[in-house]
Design a protein around this ligand. Structure first.
Ligand SMILES: Nc1nc2c(ncn2[C@@H]2O[C@H](COP(=O)(O)OP(=O)(O)O)[C@@H](O)[C@H]2O)c(=O)[nH]1
Ligand SMILES: [Mg+2]
Length: 194
């Protein structure tokens, strides 16, 4: 399945703004600046469908896109940006956790991590929380073009261990080289079409 036919639908800031759950849904989550927008752009073959920003923490709502009339792609607000006031972090958390827990059409949450970083507490919490709630999670380690061979492998294993992720359950990705793109498209297609 290609993801080329994609259109922006709306930005959701309150639960009552969610579109009718008439299509399966895939959500994308990650710390601010992890490369989430770049990953979505690479996946959909668009250069700038989602704004790639040097200013982290800008995306505030749940951004809905409709892909190939087949599913909703939901770009969640980035988390873990210190400059956002605590109170706002909390209201984001309320919207997002309620959305994730109650959205019956949600098929999978793609959790994006930077291959160069050691396990981060917020990612660990999210992955564990999704597991407790039995919400399917697909971890993606991105920016793999930035480090090579043996260090890449070592970092991937550290992230696996830190989040209790099996190597065969995650995908290595680069928005720059497109590595991992086909694998990710296939993994998502399976979840959408099941
Ligand atoms: N080399 C490289 N840079 C990347 C990759 N993905 C994102 N970036 C860069 O990382 C920065 C943050 O990316 P962005 O997509 O805006 O992150 P977001 O805040 O998670 O949406 C930008 O400067 C991107 O160009 C990647 O796979 N490889
Ligand atoms: Mg972004």
């Amino acid at each position: 399945m290609d993801f080329f036919n994609i259109e922006f639908l709306l930005s959701v800031h309150r639960l009552n703004q969610l579109p009718p759950p008439e299509l399966p849904e895939i959500a994308f989550a990650g710390r601010s600046n992890v490369g989430k927008s770049s990953l979505i752009n690479t996946l959909t073959g668009r250069k700038s469908l989602v704004k790639v920003s040097a200013r982290p923490g800008k995306t505030q709502g749940l951004n809905y896109f409709r892909v190939e009339e087949k599913f909703f792609l939901v770009d969640l607000p980035g988390y873990g940006f210190a400059k956002v006031p605590k109170i706002m972090q909390n209201s984001w958390q309320a919207l997002i956790t309620t959305y994730l827990e109650t959205r019956e059409t949600l098929r999978c949450v793609v959790v994006i991590m930077d291959i160069r970083h050691e396990p981060k507490e917020q990612d660990t919490q999210l992955v564990q929380w999704l597991s407790e709630k039995a919400i399917p999670c697909l971890p993606v380690y991105t920016k793999i073009d930035k480090i090579s061979g043996s260090i890449r492998e070592k970092n991937a294993r550290l992230l696996d261990a830190g989040h209790s992720i099996k190597a065969e359950d995650r995908i290595l990705f680069s928005a720059k080289t497109g590595q991992g793109r086909v694998e990710l498209l296939d993994a998502l297609s399976i979840r959408i079409e099941k």
